[in-house]
Design a protein around this ligand. Structure first.
Ligand code: CTP
Length: 339
């Protein structure tokens, strides 16, 4: 089996940098001798400098590392965003393969979101440079060679959870054998399956609530209801470091037009990406207010939101059009928010 390797390119850069250092020293010595011999050596200087320029350029043009991460990215959540953030940190350019609907059906069961929706969500993330639609679920030899040769990928990346095909084999086995595989840490406490579970649980709660309103309440009914509610509440708490990692860390410039938009942004979807893109186009800095769980629950009913405040905030912050978020914004825009 033949795999392209980029190691020679790296050897090349490394080699030139050494040579550059050597030439610098030689140039300094010749510069001295040319003045000592009354400028005899000066005619060689332009050639020398052009040579230096050549090596200097080579050194500056250090190859950019291109990394590839694929996935289903169904019901995209901050765990996916965190995976892509870590992948981007392993290179300079991140290319993301969004697995086709057919491949997901064959390997995991039907996805909730369509290819177009998943593509819009992934493309809207701040760490993503390019996307490949309809990627295969497993890294086949043909696909891997197209990644290396056409897309100039240096490394293929996946989370540290095993990714097995229906026959029990590792979906990334070939990339590992080729020595072009890297791993990132999977984010605990969230998954697409978990989110589907939360949605179902919230529907059950809403149904129970309706029945409760229609029938007379038994003494321990309230207790059962609160038990059912707590079963889908995520325990995820973001650290200040995680928020910093997701943030672009920039404030508005002196004359920036700051645009404010608020909402629940529950189960972050393609429509959210689109509205945030439009809002950002209205000004220079986009500030997004994320309503508290209590406000969302008051306006949307029991069982809402599905994702709690911190989770919703991270999903919004991961969007490339967003500059800053207010974690727990009030329902009404107050004077101090405008000034
Ligand atoms: N991932 C992660 N943390 C999570 C969920 C996913 O780091 N909580 C990573 C996976 O390891 C993978 C990428 O995100 O590298 C895309 O994952 P995906 O193919 O969408 O599916 P799953 O790994 O099954 O995750 P989920 O069930 O949440 O969709």
């Amino acid at each position: 089996m033949e795999f392209d390797s980029s190691s020679s390119i790296w050897d090349g850069v490394y080699y030139h940098s050494h040579l550059f250092g050597g030439l610098m020293l030689t140039a300094a010595l010749l510069g001295l001798s040319s003045s000592y011999f009354g400028g005899l050596g000066s005619s060689y200087l332009p050639y020398m400098l052009s040579d230096l320029g050549f090596f200097y350029k080579k050194k500056c043009e250090k190859k950019r590392i291109r990394v590839y991460m694929d996935g289903c990215f169904d019901l995209m959540h901050y765990g996916h965003a965190n995976a892509l953030r870590q992948a981007k940190a392993l290179g300079d350019e991140l290319v993301v393969g969004v697995v086709s609907d057919e491949e997901i059906v064959a390997n995991k069961g039907p996805p909730v979101l369509s290819m177009e929706e998943r593509l819009a969500l992934v493309s809207g993330l701040k760490w993503v440079d390019e996307v490949i639609a309809n990627a295969p679920y497993a890294i086949t030899e043909k696909f891997m060679n197209s990644l290396f040769n056409e897309h100039k990928i240096d490394y293929i990346i996946h989370g540290d959870d095993p990714c097995l095909l229906p026959d029990g084999t590792d979906a990334y086995a070939l990339a590992k054998t080729a020595g072009r595989y890297k791993q990132i840490k999977r984010t605990e406490g969230v998954s697409s399956t978990d989110i589907v579970g939360r949605i179902l649980s919230s529907l059950k709660d809403a149904e129970a609530c309706e029945n409760h309103d229609n029938t007379s309440s038994l003494p321990n009914d309230d207790h059962k209801e609160s038990q059912s509610n707590s079963s889908h509440i995520s325990q995820f708490l973001p650290t200040s470091r995680r928020i910093v990692q997701f943030s672009n860390g920039k404030g508005p410039g002196p004359n920036a037009r700051v645009v404010y938009i608020d909402g629940a942004f529950d189960l972050f979807h393609a429509g959210h990406v689109e509205i945030l893109r439009s809002a950002r186009q209205l000004g220079d800095f986009l500030l997004v207010g994320i309503h508290t769980d209590q406000i969302v629950s008051e306006h949307r009913g029991k069982g809402h939101p599905i994702m709690h405040l911190h989770e919703r905030s991270l999903s919004v912050l991961a969007c490339s059009y967003v500059d800053e978020v207010i974690i727990g914004a009030p329902w009404e825009v107050t004077r101090d928010m405008v000034c």
